[in-house]
Structure formats: C-alpha cells, structure tokens
Design a protein around this ligand. Structure first.
Ligand code: GLN
Length: 471
C-alpha cells in the first residue's frame, strides 16, 4: 500500500530511475484503483502534468537540489486555497467557490517544486473527527474500508496511506492532522501556533488553526514543514524563530507522561501500544517520568466552548452575498436564512448555535470567559512543566479507527479529541507517530502516540520521533 517516501522519490529522480511525470502517472494509477472505494479526493488536477513535465526537464538538465520538493506529488485538504481551483471546505455553501489566490503554504510548496495533484475530502469546514461530516460523502480508511480515516483531514491522510502521494497537507484546529495520522498509520505534525501562515486557509478557529503535513516518515514531515514554515507578511500571527526561548535537541530527554490523565477511557490494547513506546524510549536511554497536568484534563471542555465561539464568528461571512451559494428569498433576511439553512450541514449548524450562545450577553463570562481562563491556566501549567521535562507523551487517541456510523452521537465523537486539543489551546507543537497496531475484526489497525514539545520545539519532536521510528 505504502508508496515511496519523499526522500526515496527525490533520490530516484536524481538518479534517473524515475521521473516526476512517471511519479504522477503512478499517483493517478493508485487513485484510479483505490479511490472509487476510499474517496480521499474531491478533485484531481489535470494541469499537474505540465508542472511534472517542467520538473522532468530540470532533473534532466541536472539542476535539481535547491528545490526540496521538485517533482514530488502533493495533495491538499480542500480548505486550503489554490488559485483557480475549487475551495469547498466540503460544504454545499462553497460547492462552486473558486479561489482567487494561493494560500501562503501553497505558494511555498509550488516554489519548492511540488506537483499539486488534487484536493482532498474533509469534515465540513474541518468540523469533525471522522470525515463523515463532508457534504460530499465520507472518506474510508485504506486499512479497513468499513472504518473512518479520522478527521477532519481524513482525505489527506487516506491519500497518503493508500500510497497515492508521499505527503499531503491537512489543518489541525483540535487534532485534525494528528488523529487521522494515528488512524491511518502516518506521521502527522501540528506545528507551533504561528510557525505556519494561515493566509489562504478557510478559517475554523483562528486562534487554534495550523496547517501541517502527513508523511510516512519523520524526515519527510520535517522536509515539508521546513518548506511551509516561516514568517508571512499576510498573517500577523506568524512569528520568527527566537520569539520563544530556544528548544535545544539533547542527548537524553526527560519525557513526562500525565499518568493521572490516562487512567480511564483508553482501550486496553491501545494502552499496551503506548506502554511499548515508553519502554522503547527508556531502552533508547531517555528518562520517562510522571507529570501532573490537571488543567490539561479540562482541555476538551474548554475547547468545545472556545472553538464553537470562533466558528460562529468566522462563519458569519457566508451570508449568500460574498462567497459561494446564494439562495434568493423575499428579502435580505430570508436570503440569509435560506442560504445558510441549505448551505450548512448539521454539525456546522450545531457549532454556530453553540458558539453564538456562549458569546451572548449574560453567558459570555460564564462560558467563553471561563474557557479562556482555563486556557491561560493550561498554558502556564504546561510551561511550568517544561521547566523540568522536555516533552509530554500521551496516546494520540483513546481508540483505533472506529466504524463508519459508529459515533453518531456528537458527544461520543468529541471524546476522540481528548488528547489532541491541549496542543491547540496552548499553541504548543505536537506530532503523532505510528507506533504499532491492534486487531479489530481480523484487521490490523494502526495506533499513534503523541509527543508535545515547548513552543518552537519542532526539531525536538523530529529528533525523538526519528529515534522512536528507527530513522
Ligand atoms: N475533531 C475536532 C473537532 O471536531 C478537531 C477538528 C480540527 O482539528 N479541525 O473540532
């Protein structure tokens, strides 16, 4: 199932063993074979062939090394704007919306020589943990197509896991890169808030959103991260390295595990995979210690207040006038009602309602204000902890990929995010690493572990990740 890594592809391009055009043909072959069932892609781009041909010529001419992704096929979650292409966010309201500019991450990928092959499916406006909330049908997990790939970036994860591309970008507001990485057996990185520009991403929760890569290896995730990261004049929340204290890599790390947080709710064999990872870290000579992070346990409650509040505000722009769908009513008010009523799906409406409620006068202090206080406490708790430990280790999710339709109760779905939301609320970087498998109904399902580092500690995540995966 797994195709070549970026590292392997680049070497094969340089040696002449293959070409970007042949790699693109391989991508299209895998999509033709697997995607009718998996449904990772919403659209594939015909003009990718011309970009691949240009890369062929550059390799043939020997000018190859300064573009780290030259000729590498890449897929993009369809809430990331690509000039001239549909940016639907998997919503009816943006079904025919065409982006008028490239997101900064897309510009950087193109400048690095990437061949953008297509757009991948997601939960509508990135709201969900399974990709079942897409208005265009669910994506299936390539490891077991009766199961979900995780969400909300499930299309990008499935695109990589089925071997169509070595890497794809997702976005992560509360775990939407790490959870599908865990369910699909991939490396997934949620960068430090402000390390990657959000310019040209369709906003969900602006204080939480970050774009990041899926890959088969830590080295590949780092390659893509290095391409997309950096200060951007179009996003004032981006910062340069040095803004936060330096996070050095070390010979031996002290890794904290919040054992009290892991007492309940984790499926036993998932916990066993997690414990194996701890043994591996210890065998590598690192120290694993218990860390108390009581506010982290409040993360999920705070997230499901802060996030809908930001969602309700960000999605106010879809009014039937400026973007996408317009349904004509008898007056402007009815235009809004009809457009938003028909354009948004159930989960999006649920969150807009909740968000409007927690921001409303009389409830603001009790809900939104309180959740923001918890968030501040989580940040200081974590930064105190990083005084004595170098990273925080947890499972990525309490369970392996679940069945399609299994979590029809929204609250049970939200529980999948329990370990991932703290990184978004605090802004810390976090990586999900594929560590093992568990058996369900005779199928091997991947399990991820999550490592969190201090702000701008991506290099540390890559260092530990490479050691754990034996790269
Ligand atoms: N699953 C979480 C949610 O539904 C996270 C989504 C995301 O990171 N985009 O909000």
């Amino acid at each position: 199932m797994k195709g070549k890594t970026i590292t392997e592809l680049r070497a094969a391009f340089v040696s002449g063993e293959t070409t970007p055009t042949k790699a693109l043909e391989e991508t299209r072959k895998v999509i033709a074979e697997r995607d009718p069932e998996v449904h990772a892609y919403l659209e594939t781009y015909d003009d990718a062939a011309a970009v691949a041909a240009e890369a062929d010529a550059l390799y043939a001419g020997g000018a190859t090394t300064d573009k780290p992704l030259l000729g590498v096929p890449v897929a993009l979650k369809n809430n990331i704007l690509v000039k001239g292409k549909k940016a639907t966010a998997s919503s009816r309201i943006l079904e025919n919306y065409v982006a008028s500019y490239d997101a900064t991450v897309v510009k950087r990928l193109k400048d690095a020589g990437a061949v953008i092959v297509g757009a991948t499916n997601l939960d509508e406006f990135a709201m969900g943990s399974s990709t079942e909330n897409s208005a265009f049908g669910a994506t299936k997990n390539p490891h077991d197509t009766s199961r979900v790939p995780g969400g909300s970036s499930g299309g990008s994860a499935a695109a990589v896991a089925m071997g169509s591309v070595p890497t794809a970008l997702g976005t992560d507001t509360g775990g939407s890169i790490r959870l599908p990485a865990s369910f699909c057996g991939l490396v997934g990185l949620k960068p430090t808030y402000g390390r990657v520009s959000r310019y040209g991403l369709i906003a969900m929760g602006s204080s939480l959103d970050q774009a990041g890569p899926f890959a088969h290896s830590v080295a590949d995730a780092k390659t893509v991260f290095d391409v997309i990261a950096g200060v951007d004049a179009y996003d004032a929340t981006t910062h340069k390295l040095g803004t936060y204290p330096l996070v050095p890599t070390k010979e031996k790390y002290r890794i904290g595990v919040p054992y009290a947080f892991l007492k309940e709710g984790i499926e036993p064999d998932v916990k066993a995979v997690f414990e194996d990872a701890i043994k591996k870290l210890t065998a590598l000579g690192h120290e694993v210690v218990d860390v108390s992070l009581p506010y982290m346990e409040k993360g999920l409650a705070a997230y499901y207040i802060v996030m809908p509040a930001e969602v309700s505000s960000n999605l106010a722009r879809y009014d039937g006038v400026r973007f996408g769908l317009h349904v004509e009513g008898k007056d402007l008010r009815e235009d809004y009602d009809l457009t938003r009523g028909q354009g948004f799906g159930a989960e999006v409406k649920r969150r807009i309602l909740l968000g409007t409620y927690v921001l409303s006068s009389g409830y603001y202090d009790a809900y939104y204000g309180k959740a923001e206080e918890v968030r501040t406490l989580m940040r200081s708790e974590l930064s105190d902890a990083f005084g004595t430990i170098d990273g925080v280790l947890t499972p990525t999710a309490p369970m392996p990929a679940f069945k399609l339709g299994e979590k029809s109760d929204p609250l049970s779905m939200y529980l999948a995010d329990i370990f991932t939301v703290p990184a978004n609320l605090t802004g810390a970087p976090a990586i999900s690493l594929p560590m093992g498998t568990v058996m369900r109904d005779g199928k091997e399902l991947p399990i991820g572990i999550q490592l969190m580092a201090p702000h701008d500690g991506e290099e540390r995540l890559f260092d530990i990740g490479k050691q754990l995966l034996g790269e």
